[in-house]
Design a binder for this molecule. Structure first.
Ligand code: SF4
Length: 378
C-alpha cells in the first residue's frame, strides 16, 4: 500500500483514515529539554522551524529553455571565472553563510558560448566544470547544494561526492499545461532525475511551482508523483512549495492568486501522505508564519545576497524572521544543506563529511550529533 492514495493513506508507517482539513493545525507543542546522563539534551518537536544561510553562485545564466515565467535566463552568457567564483565564496563566508547554492540555466552546454568557454578551460563537459567549482567551495569549508537542471545519472553520480545535497524542481506534472508556460521542459526527464537521485542516495530537494494558472488537481498530482518516488527511495529531504512571483523579466502575470485555503490544502496533503518536510521560501511568501501554522517547517535558503531566480524578492533579515517566528510560538534554527535525517543515515562522502564536521562544532548545529533525536520524522 506504500505510495497508494486511495481512501486509506500511509502516515509514519500506519494506515490512517483521511481526515477533513482543519482550519489550522493544533497549537504546536513547545520545545522542552531534559537532563540525560548529566548532559542537557534538547528535544526537537514540531515547533522548530529551520532555514539554511545560503549564498548563490551562478555558473552561467545561459539556458537552452525559454520558460515564460523566467527571471533568471540571460542570452549568450559564458561561464563564471574561477577568480569571480572565489570572490563570491569569500563574500558568502564573510557574511556567515554555510551553504552555496550552485546554479545555472538548464542544459547550458547547448549554448555555444558556454561550451566553448568550458572547452577552452580544458573541460570535456559542463558537469566537470561544475564539479571543480564544488570542490573549490568545499575547500573553503562551505557546503555546496547544486541545482543545474536536468543531469544524466552519471552526471549526478559524479557531483554527488562534492555536494551536501542536490535538487531540481519538478514544477508541474501536467505536460499539456506545462507546454503553455515552459515549452521546452520535459517533465519525464525531471522525474527521471529525481528517481536517479533516489537510486544514488542523494539527499534531494524538489518541489512544485504554483500560481501559474495550473489546476488544483495538477498540484496534488505533482506532489503525489514526488511522494511516490520518495516512498520508493526515501531520499526527498524537503518539498518546496514555490509560488510564482512575477519579476521584471517574466513574460506572464499571476492569473489567480493562491488562497490561504489552497496553501493549507497543499501543506496538509504533503504532511498527511509523507514524512517529508515542507519548505516555504521566506522571500516569496510574506505570510510565512501562517504557512507554519498550516504545517510548513522550513524557510529554505536565506541569503544576504540576491535571489537570482526571483529578482525582486529579497529576504528579510534573520533577526526579524526569528522574532516573528518566536511570536508565533516557534523557534528558528539553522540547518545544513543536508538535513539531519540524511546526516544520520550517512548519505554523504568523506569530502563533504570533513566540512560537515567543522559545522557540528558550532552550537547551532550540535543537534546533528544526536542520532536518536531527528529534527524531522522519518
Ligand atoms: S526557468 Fe530555468 S529552465 Fe526555464 S528558461 Fe529560466 S533558467 Fe531556463
Amino acid at each position: 500500500m506504500r505510495g497508494s492514495f486511495g481512501s486509506l493513506r500511509m502516515l509514519h508507517g500506519e494506515l490512517v483514515e483521511p481526515s477533513p482539513l482543519p482550519r489550522t493545525l493544533p497549537a504546536c507543542r513547545q520545545a522542552r529539554s531534559h537532563q540525560g546522563r548529566g548532559k542537557k539534551i534538547e528535544v526537537f518537536l514540531e515547533n522548530i522551524i529551520t532555514y539554511s544561510k545560503s549564498y548563490t553562485l551562478v555558473l552561467t545564466h545561459s539556458c537552452a529553455n525559454q520558460c515564460l515565467y523566467c527571471g533568471f535566463r540571460k542570452k549568450d552568457e559564458g561561464i563564471i571565472t574561477f577568480s569571480d567564483a572565489e570572490e563570491i565564496i569569500k563574500t558568502a563566508k564573510e557574511k556567515g553563510h554555510w551553504e552555496i547554492l550552485v546554479m545555472s540555466g538548464e542544459k547550458p552546454q547547448k549554448i555555444r558560448k558556454v561550451s566553448s568557454s568550458f572547452k577552452n578551460l580544458g573541460y570535456k563537459d559542463f558537469t566537470s566544470f561544475a564539479l571543480d567549482i564544488c570542490k573549490l567551495i568545499l575547500k573553503n569549508s562551505l557546503l555546496p547544494h547544486t541545482n543545474i537542471g536536468v543531469l544524466s545519472c552519471e552526471g549526478l553520480n559524479r557531483l554527488k561526492r562534492y555536494n551536501a545535497s542536490m535538487g531540481i524542481m519538478l514544477e508541474n506534472i501536467n505536460m499539456r499545461f506545462g507546454r503553455t508556460v515552459h515549452p521546452q521542459k520535459n517533465i519525464n526527464e525531471r522525474l527521471r532525475v529525481i528517481k536517479d537521485a533516489g537510486k544514488l542516495r542523494i539527499p534531494f530537494t524538489t518541489g512544485i511551482l504554483i500560481g501559474l494558472g495550473e489546476a488544483r488537481e495538477d498540484r496534488r498530482n505533482s506532489l503525489k508523483a514526488i511522494i511516490e518516488l520518495h516512498n520508493k527511495y526515501n531520499h526527498i529531504q524537503e518539498i518546496i512549495l514555490q509560488n510564482f512571483t512575477p519579476n521584471r523579466r517574466s513574460k506572464i502575470r499571476i492569473p489567480d492568486p493562491i488562497t490561504a485555503e489552497d496553501w493549507q490544502e497543499l501543506i496538509r496533503f504533503v504532511k498527511d501522505n509523507s514524512d517529508i518536510p515542507v519548505q516555504i521560501p521566506q522571500n516569496l511568501n510574506q505570510d510565512y508564519t501562517r504557512m507554519i501554522k498550516f504545517g510548513a517547517s522550513d524557510l529554505g535558503g536565506i541569503s544576504e545576497g540576491e535571489d537570482h531566480v526571483n529578482l525582486d524578492s529579497r529576504w528579510v533579515m534573520i533577526e526579524e524572521i526569528s522574532k516573528n517566528i518566536e511570536s508565533s510560538g516557534h523557534r528558528l534554527k539553522g540547518r545544513l544543506p543536508i538535513y539531519k535525517k540524511y546526516f544520520n543515515l550517512g548519505w554523504y562522502s568523506e569530502e563533504v563529511g570533513n566540512v560537515i564536521k567543522k559545522y557540528l562544532e558550532m552550537e547551532e548545529f550540535a543537534y546533528y550529533k544526536s542520532p536518536q533525536l531527528p529534527l524531522t520524522k522519518g
